[in-house]
Design a protein around this ligand. Sequence first.
Ligand SMILES: O=C(O)[C@@H](CO)OP(=O)(O)O
Length: 249
Amino acid sequence: MKKLVLLRHGESTWNQENRFTGWTDVDLTLKGIEEAKNAGILLRKNGFVFDIAYTSLLKRAIRTLWLALDEMDQMWTPTELDWRLNERHYGALQGLNKAETAKQYGDEQVLIWRRSYDTRPPAITTHDKRYPGLDIRYRNLATNDIPVAESLKDTVARFLPYWNQSIAPQIKAEKKVIIVAHGNSLRALVKHLDTISDQNILNYNIPTGIPLIYELNDDLQPIKNYYLGSTDEVQEAISAVANQGKSGA
Ligand SMILES: O=C(O)[C@@H](CO)OP(=O)(O)O
């Protein structure tokens, strides 16, 4: 039986301000730092040791990984950073407050933008300062790969090749893997692992900073999954994420 650990970064400044974040490179809040450290403490207490860590090119995920590994005294863990683990690009919604957007466009529209499988949010132009092609960290990406707005389906499409070529072979080779990423890039992975339907993924939310453990068989099919946290705490955190897009939030 193989174990894979998934961890969404701790609370970011834009999570706290309830703004659509996507590829915006915001940092952790003090609460987010605590969440990341707590994740590390839980992983240490449960005896996890990793052969390789994967994270995105965004500092809220990178810092979460470092803080968790530091608590485990495993900062030496070999780490691979890749843009394919980045959050879903939220297009022109990036920077807008989610509750205000729901007041303007309605809760239903915001739920579709946030959680539907194949609806893209409104796109930015390539002249927009939020266009990733203007950011040196993405200078080696093919123009076709640089997003201007992504649906979850688009995120799955750019994430899966990395999973298949880089991460899955390591797990199959018995390596212990942690992936520290984002709400929607992890939803993309969970959708794939658990073969969640396009419809049911609408109701699936991942809380910040709580390790999610997958036990997998040799074909990387899930045997079971569970959070390292009390059921009440996890449920409360999941509902909080779901409610962020409501006009009353
Ligand atoms: O704003 C974002 O980039 C994501 C994650 O924080 O938000 P949501 O949960 O609305 O998809």
